[in-house]
Design a protein around this ligand. Structure first.
Ligand code: PCA
Length: 210
């Protein structure tokens, strides 16, 4: 049986919940497309987030790892295409650290691409009525850091998905898009299923103009 590691983050930036962990933890122990899902919580801190991730990868030896984070204010579910070798924080992480223009991995390559079937996931989500898009940048905060570290380690199929706010968060961010927890859970379930079953990605446009 295949093993899938699904990670979510602890709350950060003044929030009291993080949709990524709320959604991921609901799938812990579920069997999706014949694969067993293990959900794990990561700290929202440079360095220790990757330490935790590597510990879980060592323990579980998963075939697939999908890291999930919150991207409050994004207009849809963002299936990330690329992670860059940059830590550049706009505000301190949960451990009080604020790296500026540091590499995630010294002398590592500039970037890594997701090895998840990102186009198929976006298409599948849209078909299910869930707004989604291919994102060309996972930012330069802890989520990009974790995605880069995951793909740098390699040896599995991996990538990153950013979820928007939950409605109870969005009420304090007027104008921000939100998705219900049920929709977030359904989105991750579908992303796992497609990552397990679809070996090759679909050749669909997922580009953006800027
Ligand atoms: N989102 C942040 C870090 C943790 C999270 O859920 C990010 O996008 O980098």
């Amino acid at each position: 049986m295949k093993t899938v590691l699904l990670t979510g983050f602890e709350p950060f930036g003044g929030e009291t919940i993080n949709p990524s962990w709320e959604a991921a933890r609901r799938l812990d122990g579920e069997t999706i497309a014949g694969a067993r899902v293990h959900a794990r919580l990561l700290p929202c801190a440079f360095g220790s987030a990757l330490d935790s991730l590597y510990r879980e990868l060592d323990a579980l030896r998963p075939d697939i790892a999908i890291a999930v984070g919150q991207a409050g204010g994004r207009p849809d579910i963002a299936v990330e295409r690329v992670a860059i070798n940059v830590d550049d924080a706009r505000f301190p992480d949960n451990a009080g650290r604020q790296p500026i223009d540091q590499p995630v991995v010294a002398n590592g390559p500039a970037a890594y691409f997701s090895t998840l079937p990102i186009k198929a996931i976006v298409a599948g989500l849209r078909e299910r009525g869930l707004p989604a898009t291919v994102s060309q940048s996972a930012g330069t905060f802890v989520c990009n850091h974790v995605m880069y570290g995951l793909l740098h380690r390699g040896g599995l199929r991996g990538g990153f998905i950013h979820l928007p706010f939950l409605p109870e968060q969005a009420i304090r961010h007027p104008g921000a898009f939100s998705l219900t927890l049920d929709d977030c859970v359904a989105a991750l379930r579908l992303a796992v299923a497609l990552s397990v079953t679809r070996e090759r990605d679909l050749a669909l446009s997922g580009g953006s103009l800027h």
